[in-house]
Design a protein around this ligand. Structure first.
Ligand code: AMP
Ligand code: MG
Length: 412
């Protein structure tokens, strides 16, 4: 049986980033940019005031102080969004708001806090008292000081965060080319499964994998096409899987173990799928298969609700991220102190669900109770997976262990 690392490298070798498409900015968050963005305009497009205050000629304010203010005539008020037709001459000022274009003649702005009201002048114009000497360029934002026209601002391959989205808008791009969200088909298999809307019949259980998997796909940037429940019949499985072949990735759960009615593997084989991985030396999640069917990656995940989630985190998540052009694919792994004895040992790598907490800068990990692959609660209570190498003896409280922080963002 191959190891987790071997399985992951086989999977990633078969995953290619999708092509770029044009999307509205509202859909671009967390997506990978598929074009270089060169500035077509200066930002800001014109010199403007960084403060509410008075646009002046700096030379007029020479020696101004609260004790010896300079008195200037106010020509008009200039709100943001307006352009002045006037020119500020010697002894004159224009009351200017933040963001308004600097009027002709003025070379600096005195902020309102450094001014006071004076008497009216001989033309009955309002006067302003300037309490502070100003220098050329004070409180003026120059055209192009943030971005210069022609400059390469965003490079293909960056992940668009809110600042990059704002930058695209500032540069006049209502849309951008990004790697589109992968469409992922989800098929639950098993004669025992029922839709959650229906009343539970004897011997049946609710299909929870469909929901946890859809949530995972969404969390990691994909969109889902849910194909419902497939019964344990090969012809039916083949039909549903064929339908799913119009998507970018297929996830099935259940039906890949060694039971008489575990028919997913066989259905994929009869569809000429190339079986690349058949079982992985891990617990939970051993009966995972990975195949390429008609050019589409197919993950056949085990049916147990914990196995489904753990195998998703280990294998599907990085594949899905790579498809979106992302390069940070790993969850952070930290060293933690185990704070409870842990008896588990197997011939496979065991991923024990733990609660991780930081105390005085040190990580502490506590197993989340019974670890059966069907005990979804062990997952609900956890925010980490403790990695126990194969054949490691019982683990005593106080030793150092490796923990994958499953809720943290990916790292390089
Ligand atoms: P299987 O791999 O098909 O033998 O399934 C393993 C276990 O997982 C069985 O107990 C199934 O009933 C259970 N299981 C399979 N699919 C689901 C599902 N979609 N939701 C909840 N439990 C499931
Ligand atoms: Mg089954």
């Amino acid at each position: 049986m191959i190891t987790i690392e071997e399985a992951l490298s086989i999977i990633l070798a078969h995953i290619k980033p999708l092509r770029g498409g044009s999307f509205e900015l509202a859909e671009c968050l967390d997506r990978v940019l598929a074009q270089d963005i060169t500035a077509r305009y200066n930002i800001p497009p014109f010199a403007n005031s960084a403060m509410d205050g008075f646009a002046v000629r700096a030379a007029d304010t020479l020696g101004a102080s609260p004790e010896q203010p300079v008195s200037l005539s106010v020509l008009e008020d200039l709100p943001a969004g307006s352009i002045s037709d006037l020119e500020v001459g010697p002894g004159e000022a224009i009351r200017i708001m933040t963001g308004a274009a600097l009027p002709a003649g003025a070379d600096s702005v005195v902020k309102v806090e450094d001014t006071g009201s004076g008497k009216v002048d001989n033309k009955r114009r309002e006067m302003v008292l300037i309490y502070l000497q100003s220098s050329q360029g004070d409180h003026v934002r120059l055209a192009g000081e943030s971005v210069r026209r022609g400059e390469l601002v965003l490079e293909r391959g960056v992940v668009l965060r809110p600042p990059e989205i704002g930058m695209l808008a500032a540069l006049g791009y209502p849309r951008a080319r990004i790697i589109r969200p992968p469409r992922v088909a989800i098929v639950s298999t098993g004669d025992e499964l029922q839709n959650i809307e229906e009343e539970l019949l004897p011997g049946k259980i609710r299909d929870c994998n469909r929901y946890s998997l859809s949530a995972m796909v969404k969390k990691y940037g994909g969109t889902t096409a849910t194909l419902g429940i497939a019964p344990d019949r090969k012809d039916h499985l083949k039909k549903i899987l064929s339908l799913a072949c119009t998507t970018d990735m297929i996830l099935t759960s259940g039906g890949v173990s060694v039971g008489k009615y575990d028919l997913v593997r066989e259905a994929l084989r009869e569809m000429d799928g190339e079986l690349l991985i058949d079982r992985v030396a891990m617990k939970p999640g051993k009966p995972l298969t990975f195949s390429m069917v008609r050019g589409i990656p197919v993950f056949s995940l085990p049916g147990n609700p914990v196995s489904v989630l753990v195998s998703f985190l280990q294998f599907v998540r990085p594949a899905l991220l790579k498809m979106q052009g992302k390069t940070k694919l790993r969850k952070p792994v930290v060293e933690a102190i185990l704070i409870e004895d842990c008896e588990e040992r197997t011939g496979r790598t065991h991923l024990v669900r733990v609660t991780v907490e930081i105390e005085d800068g040190v990580y502490h990990a506590r197993p989340t109770g019974p670890q059966g692959s069907g005990i979804l609660r062990s997952m609900v209570l956890s925010n980490g997976l403790m990695v126990i190498p194969p054949n490691r003896g019982p683990l005593k409280s106080g030793i150092k262990v490796k923990v994958i922080l499953t809720d943290q963002p990916e790292v390089e």
